[in-house]
Design a protein. Sequence first.
Length: 338
Amino acid sequence: MIIKSCKITNFRSHEFFELKCWKETTMISGENGSGKTSILEAIYEAMRGKSFRAVDKEIIKRDADFYRVELEYVDGEKVVVVYEKGGKKTFLAGDKKTARLAKKYRYPVVLFEPDDLNLLSSSPSHKREYFDRSFGQLDDNYSSLLSRYNKALKQRNELLKSEFLSGEAVFSWNVMLARLGVKIWKVREEKIAKIDERLTEVYRSIAGDEDTVFLRLVRDSEAMDESGYLRELERNFEKDKILGYTSFGVHRDNYEFLFNGVLADGSASRGEVRSIVVALKFIEADMILAATGKAPVVLLDDVFSELDETRQKALVYNFKKNQVIITSVNAVEDIETS
C-alpha cells in the first residue's frame, strides 16, 4: 500500500472529506453527482502536481476562500496542496513550500475514466492529451519539452496575427519549434513502438481471440530532422499568415489504432474497443513500473459499470499488485462480480 489517507477541504462540492485507505483496494461508493470523482481528482493533484480535470478557480468550493488537499503516504511522507482564491497554489512537501510539486515528490498514477473508453473515436487533440499525460510519467524531460514547445508556439501564433509580420520575425520561433518538435516526435515514436510490442498480446489475453491491434502516430510530414521540420514551417508561412495560426507541427499529431489492419474506429465492435483500451491501461502501468521502479497507484473512476464481467475480472487480476482506488455507484456489487 502506498497511500494512507487523503483529506480535502473546500474541494469542489466537499466542505471536508477524509478518505482512509486500509487495504490495497479502496472503494468509494455514492450516487452520481455526490463528488466521488472529486476525491480521485484531489489524490491525483497531490501525487502529480495538477488536476486532470480543471484549473484551480474551477475546483475551489463556491463561496470558499481556499481549498486544501493533504495526502499522507504509508511511509509517513505528506504532501499538502493549498490554493487561495485569487492567489497562487502552493505545495508543502518535505518541510519545503514550493509553487510546483518537485519531481522527487511526484508519484506515478494510472487514471481510468469512463471517457477513456471512447479514446479510439475521440478527437486528435483529446488523444494527444491522453498520450502526453502518459508519456510525461515515463519520461521526465517530455513534459518540459512540451511546455517549452507550447510557449514558443503561442509566441509564433501571436506574431502571425501581427500587422508587422515578416518571415524574419518568426524565424527564431521556427528554429525553436523545429528543435523542440523533433525531440517530441522522437519520444512519441519511441513510446508508441514500446506499446505496439505488447498491444496485440495483451489485447488477446483479455478478448480471448486472435485479432491484431496496432497503434501508430500520424504526422503531417515524414520529416524527422530539424532541417526538414524547419522547411515545412517556412513552406506553410503564407498559409499560416492567412489562418493566423501555425498549421504544421507536433501540436497537429494524431494517433490511430488499427484492428486487423484497418482503422479500429468503425471496424471494431464496442466490446473489442473496450478490450483495446483496457489493454492500453495495463501496458501503461507496466511501462511506468519499468521506467520509474514504482508501481503506479491506479485510480478507477466508475469504469466497472461500463465493463462486462470478463473485463472487470481482467482489471482486478492485472492490477492486483497495485494500490487501487475505485469509485462506483454500487462498488460492492461491482467488485463481487469481478
